[in-house]
Design a protein around this ligand. Structure first.
Ligand SMILES: Nc1ncnc2c1ncn2[C@@H]1O[C@H](COP(=O)(O)OP(=O)(O)OP(=O)(O)O)[C@@H](O)[C@H]1O
Ligand SMILES: [Mg+2]
Length: 233
């Protein structure tokens, strides 16, 4: 039987009178690369922020490795083995690539990490300021920051936003490599190419609620999913 690493139980979030996330249940198995997709405003980033503890839910539970995380703040959730990358890159532009990684890893002298950095295609840039990186390399640095401390689960919000086709493909290869090393992924995305490349399961959100979930193949050929993307339902 698959082992559930993350179990979201009937989670809800309202902003004033508006319900952004509506009683969502979600189970992620260890080893998965789970995608969360859905039209703009579907509640994907809000759900992401509820899982990491950046936002507080109205009700519902976030259970990670069989422990209820509700009472824990974001930094405590990270310590428990969750890595994360927000929708906007959150690297320190005024520091070098290596300094960014040292902060994320909470240790100095990361020279032994050359292989790790190389995986992300940023080895040659390790001594330049993160602010001088191309957009693609900044995204990869951000994924490296999310995964350097070897978390069990990494959450990424739109890791390929603004990337070219080739950069998107390389992002998929990086994630697949980390997944083979044992990291489970939960990825919010709009890009269907990377979904086809690496997703093992897909959950679709629509108007804050879980609309459908299943294999990438079944979700991609689901006509109702196509309709909500076109705004027809
Ligand atoms: N802090 C907030 N205050 C008020 N409304 C919010 C807040 N955050 C999100 N919302 C609203 O909740 C809904 C869901 O937003 P969310 O950012 O979760 O969508 P999303 O699925 O990530 O969209 P996108 O694909 O555009 O990133 C939107 O209608 C948004 O305007
Ligand atoms: Mg979003």
């Amino acid at each position: 039987m698959s082992e559930v690493i993350l179990n979201i139980n009937k989670i809800k979030k309202t902003f004033g009178g508006f319900t952004a996330v509506k009683d969502v249940d979600l189970k992620v198995n260890k080893g998965e690369i789970r995608f969360i997709i859905g039209p703009n405003g579907a509640g994907k980033s809000t759900l992401f922020k509820l899982i990491i503890g950046y936002l507080k839910a109205d009700y519902g539970d976030v259970i990670f490795k069989e422990e209820n995380l509700n009472k824990f703040e974001l930094h405590q959730r990270i310590k428990k083995g969750i890595g994360l990358k927000f929708q906007a890159p959150s690297v320190f532009n005024e520091m070098t690539v290596l300094q960014n990684l040292e902060i994320a890893a909470n240790q100095t002298n990361l020279n032994d990490y050359n292989d790790f950095i190389d995986r992300f295609g940023i080895l040659e840039e390790k001594n330049i300021l993160a602010g001088d990186l191309s957009h693609g390399k900044k995204q990869w640095l951000d994924i490296a920051l999310a995964s350097i401390s070897n978390p069990d689960l990494v959450l990424l919000d739109e890791p390929t936003a603004g990337l070219s086709f080739d950069e998107t493909k390389k992002t998929g290869e990086i994630i697949k490599y980390l997944n083979k090393q044992g990291t489970t992924f939960l990825i919010v995305e709009h890009d269907m190419e990377i979904l086809k490349q690496i997703a093992t399961a897909v959950s679709v959100l629509h108007l804050g609620a879980l609309f459908v979930e299943g294999s990438p193949q079944s979700v991609l050929k689901n006509k109702d999913v196509a309709k909500i993307y076109l705004g027809a339902s």
